[in-house]
Ligand binder design. Sequence first.
Ligand SMILES: Nc1nc2c(ncn2[C@@H]2O[C@H](COP(=O)(O)OP(=O)(O)OP(=O)(O)O)[C@@H](O)[C@H]2O)c(=O)[nH]1
Length: 298
Amino acid sequence: MFRSGFVSIIGRPNVGKSTLMNRFVGEKISIVTPKAQTTRHRIAGILSSESYQIVFIDTPGILDPAYKLQEKMMEAMHKAVQDADVVLYLTDITESPDEVKSRISSLQLQVPCMLAINKIDLLKSAAGEDEERTVESFLQAYQAFPAVVKILPISAQEGWGLDQLLEALIEYLPEGQPYYPTDELTDKPMRFIVAEIIREKIFLLTREEIPYHTAVVIQSYEDKETLTRIRAEIIVSRESQKGIILGEKGRMIREIGRLAREEIEQMIGRKVFLELFVKVRPGWRENDRFLSSFGYTP
Ligand SMILES: Nc1nc2c(ncn2[C@@H]2O[C@H](COP(=O)(O)OP(=O)(O)OP(=O)(O)O)[C@@H](O)[C@H]2O)c(=O)[nH]1
């Protein structure tokens, strides 16, 4: 019997959703940074074997939207919940079980929900010899919570507990044919992933509001004989933000470009010529036309 289905990974910002999906798929499909709200889209990571195909859907972290871009992010999250065969609710050791329970209940799920508690590695280092008891106490907090079918402690970063989680997910997958060719790892084209890699470097290298006012749009992506030539625009909301992205004597944008280029080259196994430009689009995060032209559609 072949099983296949969609597992949507949802949860608060920064709990490790993208890390978990990448770990399962074995490739960096979704970007990861220490900052909250890194993920803005629904991104599929596909895991295929002889007997199953799981289409993991990574989603933006759950928040109360303060501007239109965040509204679109939450639409993407809700759409992923609607499409799911199984919802994998990811929390971490810092979130209170009561909050998790009320959030899960408010989603009014129609499909099985599995709960994974991530970053258990941090608990281990904090708890020392009491480790077992501490993990146990987390599990205890969810006793008599019927909205979830199973609760599993994991560390997405260390790969701890993931075999058990995978096994449990497969159990709840419906019988069916694969949705994607079994050698595909994502539903997103390379140019999407390239834009995300550039955005990740901006998240890592800039501070405060800058990453949250930035979008990246690929203008052209051409595979030439000896290299791949990519032109991308970095969009910001204000002239002052453009100055920060460019940096003194262009140092910042060169660094963003260098780190992104190296990672893209490694990913596609070709030499890359990456050109970056900065454009100011005042109020783009509130503007439907800009949002959809930058790819923010639920
Ligand atoms: N210690 C530890 N850190 C982790 C683990 N999983 C993820 N992280 C870190 O947590 C941070 C956030 O990880 P992401 O995968 O980007 O989290 P996310 O839930 O996708 O975040 P959003 O895009 O904001 O929704 C990164 O710095 C990760 O390296 C884990 O198991 N243990």
